[in-house]
Write a protein that binds this ligand. Structure first.
Ligand code: DGL
Length: 266
């Protein structure tokens, strides 16, 4: 079991921010990544559809017998974590949302936290609930930023269009006196530079993908499931459409060679 891979999934390339964080925290673990590129974006879809996708994504990863499943998608973490848990028997599951909420709740000093995410995540108020469960005195202000997902998928990391849209989306939330801003969608850290410049230096950014990497290390350590390997290996990458495009974006975000990407049927 210890040598089994860590399974990670997202609707598309967003979960690569999780892969990067896992590689930094646990460099010798094998990773199997699934990006559901045929059906991205999840954020504007209904709960019924998102729950169906979550079940399919989990079944896909289960074929590779992972020792843990990381839901590197806030939208699935917000609306369908129970579906993932049910679909994978006794394999442990951890999602980005709880990890991000915990880091934010521990980090705020003025008890005012901003959360940006997909329409589905924001409408579910899952961050508000998770943060208030940890500390009921914290005020959570949320804003959906749906155009950030296609901008990230297009590789518009530092593009004038991204800056314009960020200024529009973040104008109100930055006037709310928040000291912490949660990137409550794993696609958003790809645009982190622009988001940071837009909100200014006084607001601390929380990356939910980084938060889940700490949590994964904790879980694997507690359950004695850390690998004994001392050799790093490249992640096994699976997508449901356009492997070539994924490979190019991977190279761009991960600063690596163009990897092999396998096309799979969900
Ligand atoms: N990256 C995902 C999230 O964290 C989903 C984005 C989308 O497909 O809309 O919410």
């Amino acid at each position: 079991m210890n040598q089994s891979p860590i399974g990670i999934f997202d609707s598309g390339i967003g979960g690569l921010t999780g892969v990067k964080a896992i590689q930094a925290a646990l460099p010798f673990e094998r990773i199997i990544y699934f990006g559901d590129t045929a059906r991205v974006p999840y954020g504007p879809k209904s709960q019924v559809t998102i729950r169906k996708y979550a079940s399919d994504d989990t079944a896909m990863l289960m074929r590779y017998q992972p020792k843990i499943i990381i839901v590197a998608c806030n939208t699935v973490s917000a609306l369908a974590l129970d579906v993932v848990e049910k679909s994978c028997g006794n394999v442990p599951v951890t999602g980005v949302l709880k990890a991000g909420a915990r880091l934010a709740a521990e980090g705020t000093r003025n008890n005012r936290i901003g959360v940006i995410g997909t329409q589905a995540t924001v409408s579910s108020n899952a961050y508000g609930l998770a943060i208030n469960q940890l500390n009921p005195d914290i005020e959570v202000i949320s804003q959906a930023c749906p155009l950030f997902v296609p901008l990230a998928e297009e590789g518009f990391i530092d593009h004038p269009a991204t800056k314009l849209i960020a200024a529009q989306y973040l104008a109100e939330i930055t006037k709310e006196g928040i000291d912490t801003l949660v990137l409550g969608c794993t696609h958003y850290p790809i645009l982190r530079k622009v988001i940071e410049e837009t909100v200014g230096p006084d607001i601390r950014i929380i990356d939910s993908a980084e938060a889940v990497a700490f949590r994964t290390r904790e879980l694997l350590t507690q359950s004695g499931l850390l690998t004994s390997s001392m050799k790093a290996s490249a992640p096994h990458l699976l997508v449901s459409d356009l492997p070539q495009k994924f490979s190019m974006l991977y190279q761009l975000f991960m600063d690596s060679e163009m990897p092999d990407v396998e096309l799979v049927d969900v």
